[in-house]
Design a protein around this ligand. Structure first.
Ligand code: NAP
Length: 295
């Protein structure tokens, strides 16, 4: 029997846990956590992500602010916005939704964010602290996957884990966390577009995490029977039968792979909702840390 890892239900449970804690905070006279989101331009995907983040804030009882800019905003204007959020005592954490227009240096913007408010966990200080196992904000998607594995009691220690993809926001932090003793404690291999033995590596994996953005890339012949498969891929594939004209497709050929697995995440409804739930967890943590500093 294959376990379908339900990220939507798990994320809803986590948001309820957060909402309960926020209610207790408010009863104790503490502030509601406040998340701000900066959105540049009108990219359809980014609009949806930011809207969902604002809705999640409401579900958790957070305050939220949305700062919108047209895509002709200059890099300096965006840096000024980041500085003003850094210095705004009412804001616990904020995100700058990526991607940014090409004339803006994303890395420069990320590095301008105060790492104590960097609830996306993209700032080099957070990335570095994560790599050596110190308290930090961990990037929401890999953190959400670790949480799913934990809540579904999936054993990872000593297992062989293969991560497909080496991006800064998913692949690399995912591999780091799966390797670390206090999280995955697994033996980790990372594959990318230049990996010569990718299919062989996948076939040897007890836990396969696909984060490449290639719909249906992982086929049944690449998966060991009984493996756990986590599908991070979220690609819009044109589909005239859908009201929006597209559907979301994962990196895994779900119908063929699912019967082989011990557990698998669907797309949508797997990793995606967990990413937003972890952003809320990080924001709550930011508020807790600021309270601790003030007391
Ligand atoms: P990215 O920055 O484009 O990185 C993709 C990675 O996959 C790169 O390391 C690339 O290798 C590798 N890759 C691409 N094609 C490959 C191939 N044919 N064989 C092997 N490796 C290949 O993407 P990302 O931001 O990590 O996102 C990956 C996917 O996850 C996307 O579908 C994205 O939409 C999705 N995503 C989902 C969530 C969520 O919450 N569910 C969050 C973030 C991302 P090279 O380094 O060699 O180029």
């Amino acid at each position: 029997m294959t376990t379908l890892i339900d990220g939507k239900a798990t994320a809803a449970a986590i948001k309820q846990e957060i909402a309960d804690e926020v209610q207790q905070r408010v009863a104790q006279g503490l502030r509601r956590p406040h998340l701000a989101a900066v959105l540049v331009g009108h990219d359809g995907g980014s609009e949806t992500y930011v809207r969902n983040k604002v809705l999640a804030c409401e579900a958790c009882g957070f305050e939220s602010s949305l700062l919108r800019f047209e895509d002709d905003i200059t890099e300096q204007q965006l840096l000024d916005c980041v500085h003003s959020l850094n210095n705004d005592p009412s804001v616990d954490g904020f995100i700058v939704q990526l991607p940014l227009p090409r004339h803006i240096d994303e890395q420069k913007i990320i590095e301008a964010i105060d790492y104590r408010k960097d609830v996306d966990g993209f700032h080099p200080i957070n990335v570095g602290r994560m790599a050596i196992g110190l308290p930090c904000f961990i990037s929401a998607t890999p953190k959400g996957i670790i949480e799913l594995l934990r809540r579904y009691h999936i054993a990872t220690s000593g297992k062989k884990c293969v991560v497909l993809g080496r991006s800064n926001i998913v692949g690399k932090p995912m591999a780091q966390l799966m390797m670390q003793k206090q999280y995955g404690d697994a033996t980790v291999t990372v594959c990318h577009s230049h990996s010569a033995t990718l299919a062989d590596e996948c076939r040897a994996a007890d836990i396969l995490i696909a984060a490449i953005g290639r719909p249906g890339f992982v086929t049944a012949d690449m998966v060991k029977p009984g493996a756990v498969v986590i599908d991070v891929g979220t690609t819009r594939v044109p589909d005239a039968s859908r009201p929006k004209g597209y559907r979301l497709s994962g990196d895994v050929d779900f119908d063929a792979v699912a019967p082989l697995c011990s557990a698998i995440t669907p797309v949508p409804g797997g990793v995606g909702p967990m990413t937003i739930a972890m952003l809320m967890t990080n924001t709550l943590e930011a508020a807790r840390r600021r309270d601790a500093l003030q007391n």
